[in-house]
Design a protein around this ligand. Sequence first.
Ligand SMILES: Nc1ncnc2c1ncn2[C@@H]1O[C@H](COP(=O)(O)OP(=O)(O)OP(=O)(O)O)[C@@H](O)[C@H]1O
Length: 234
Amino acid sequence: MISLQQVSKTFKDRGGSFNAVQSVSLEVGTGEIHGIIGASGAGKSTLLRMINVLERPDQGKVFVGDKELTALATRQLRKARHSIGMIFQQYNLVLNRTVSRNISMAMELAGVPKPERLARIDECLRFVGLEDKANQYPSQLSGGQMQRVAIARALANSPQVLLCDEPTSALDPQTTADILEVLRHVNQTYGVTILIVTHDMNVVKRICSRVSVMEQGKIVRTAAVADGEGLDDA
Ligand SMILES: Nc1ncnc2c1ncn2[C@@H]1O[C@H](COP(=O)(O)OP(=O)(O)OP(=O)(O)O)[C@@H](O)[C@H]1O
């Protein structure tokens, strides 16, 4: 479902350049929940953001489904991104819009007609267990509820892939467990392929089928989680 072929990203500033991701290749199968773990600054977020080309690789190719995203023109890329949802550590909700409008916005951008949007908002809110919060504003919600709204928004366009950048790092252990269950439910119900960037091995053990360990811009190991002995020191 996802294929990264020798992708690299260097950030340049006045002080010089920094190789954030160095010639990384990775294959993630359809329906997999794949973890990317590593220390702060290892390049995990940059790698994730290259999958939907929010960050364009300097070198290498990115395939999602049957499309090479790195070969698409801006307009085609925008369309292809509708099949890739993303959630973030800080939720990234629009604070002056209600929960419903937050979920609707992604569909408005994708050109979904209003009646379909309204039905889909209901469906997505029910899926994440927040059908009673449609008219509230993000500031009225807890962190866990905000992340559920972010998941509902990411699901609105029925993505094939969900990219999660430290989705539970701002949450307490119980809320973390609840959000991981929602993600598992997304994976099992809709067959969505999920990539989770985390620095927390417990997240990997709880939900991932495979994990890749990143160090200094490179993937140094990929393993099945069931036989992931030796990953504790990652
Ligand atoms: N837009 C940017 N401009 C300059 N440097 C950047 C940019 N984005 C990331 N970097 C640098 O690239 C390196 C990798 O960053 P990245 O956020 O991918 O790491 P990470 O493993 O996700 O770390 P963290 O867990 O702290 O988010 C860091 O040293 C960071 O400072």
